[in-house]
Ligand binder design. Sequence first.
Ligand code: AMX
Length: 572
Amino acid sequence: MACLCCMEDLDFSILLAIEIMSDYELLYMLREGSKRRRVGTSHKEQRGRCRERVGNSKPKRTKLLNNRNHRSQTTTASTATQKQNHHHFWLVQVVWPLVHMAFFRSISALSRLRSRVGQQSNLADSVRWLQTQSSTNTDLFSELKELVPEYQERVKKLKKEHGNVELGKITVDMVLGGMRGMTALLWLGSAVDPDEGIRFRGMSIPECQKKLPGAFPGGEPLPEAVLWLLLTGKIPSKEQVDSLSQELRSRATIPDYAYKAIDALPVSAHPMTQFTTGVMALQVQSEFQKAYEGGIAKARYWEPTYEDSLNLIARLPAIAAYIYRRKYKDGKIIPLDDSLDYGANYAHMLGFEDPEMLEFMRLYVSIHSDHEGGNVSSHTAHLVASPLSDPYLAFAAALNGLAGPLHGLANQEVLRWIRSIVAEFGTPNISTEQLSDFIYKTLNSGQVVPGYGHGVLRQTDPRYTCQREFALKHLPNDPLFQLVSKIKEVVPPILTKLGKVKNPWPNVDAHSGVLLNYYGLTEENYYTVLFGVARSIGVAPQLIWDRALGMPLERPKSVTLEKLEQLCGKSS
Ligand code: AMX
């Protein structure tokens, strides 16, 4: 422990002590592992027993020594050599491996903690980081159930002890400017930094790509893993993710009337209109609505909300795929494949089998899942759920917000705009001047450049960057990808010159279309449906937490224009 004294940060000492403690547990677990497999005890029970054993180890050892002393007094054959052998046994078999393991684990813990010194400066952050390292239940509901009381306590404490702490001031600009920069929502799953972009439970996209389980080693993060992370704040193991995949597949049965509700719309209806209709039809099966009508207690609201949320997430790909098959293909339903994960199954039900497309869908769904709480779709879901509307009602409302061209529909607009460039010049291989002229033409006709700008971000969206990396790896010579790369060079200086655009850089929607197009999903009007399926994975966890934390009906105060003028008159 001497090295701890050299450490500048007390957090490190505490965390290192936790790490070392867990080494003893680990050793006992390793030794007990084979027994556990034989008798079939749960991991959790085993962990409890390990704790007991660590706690009891000293008295047991003393007893053993006493017994040995007793034997040595009564047995004349107990020689000095036997004693030596016994000591040797303890030294080699028990003490040395413990010291050895504790030493090396301490070194590795130290280096991991040291590498975080720049990022994590307080204990709360560091402990949160440790919490994301592991979890034990393979069942998501059980995992969540353990966490709910802890989070409830944290929120209760905050309200009681710090309810009056100010988070900022509200200006006229904010009221007239779409509430930009107004911190007014609790959102557990993710946060957007203007320069760094999204972090899912504190983890950037590259970190998620590294740490979350994929379909194969080194593969893109599985959407199920993102769901687990967003809901629990913990990094799931592959075993946990596989179990969640299986659970989602088992919940994915679609009632016939949902297909019929979609069929009642003309095929020409926009895919997002068909999608919202399908979600509304699924609402008939809401567990929350049934439980509420049955008089469920407030403390248990989150449980049927969890059921609805998982059912909704599980059923969306089949509904969404049906819409695609109905509108653009032969209308035949491709059944779910029991061997595939969530993202791959969605691609499969759409009619795609190329492993690269399946992998892209995993990435696509993962990165489109969540983008903190203030964006139109997420905020809408949270708002609509606040008077206890069930997750289906809330999510259908969110989809209607996502269908706006300044939000989720931008992905369709981007590919349409890129195609119009190609149509104008007859080739995607155009000069910088030609592209520049086209961009000015768009702006001069009073339109926005789709895929550029953002309400919060002030740098290139990391969701754009990871799609670009995927494209560089798999389709570097695709002409439309090359055009997208050129657009990224030409648009920002032009938008900057306008003098009013706060963020001239590309957002998530600037890239997805060319990748989908490359893999054969060419119907751009469908793109927002993909976004919608993904968004359920970000929105649903917050709806569950909203109910678990007893979040109240949302009801901000509005102000009339006259009152605003009057207030401004007073302050000038
Ligand atoms: N092209 C042209 N003008 C743009 C622009 C763009 N890409 N982005 C912003 N502007 C303009 C705005 O229209 C506004 O003009 P106005 O004062 O004449 O009304 C001015 O610049 C200031 O806007 P801002 O503060 O920079 O942006 P915002 O927060 O009001 O809006 C957004 C953000 C995304 C709606 C806007 O950048 C935009 O319209 N982008 C194009 C559409 C798009 O890509 N949307 C997808 C966003 C990501 C997502 O939600 N999926």
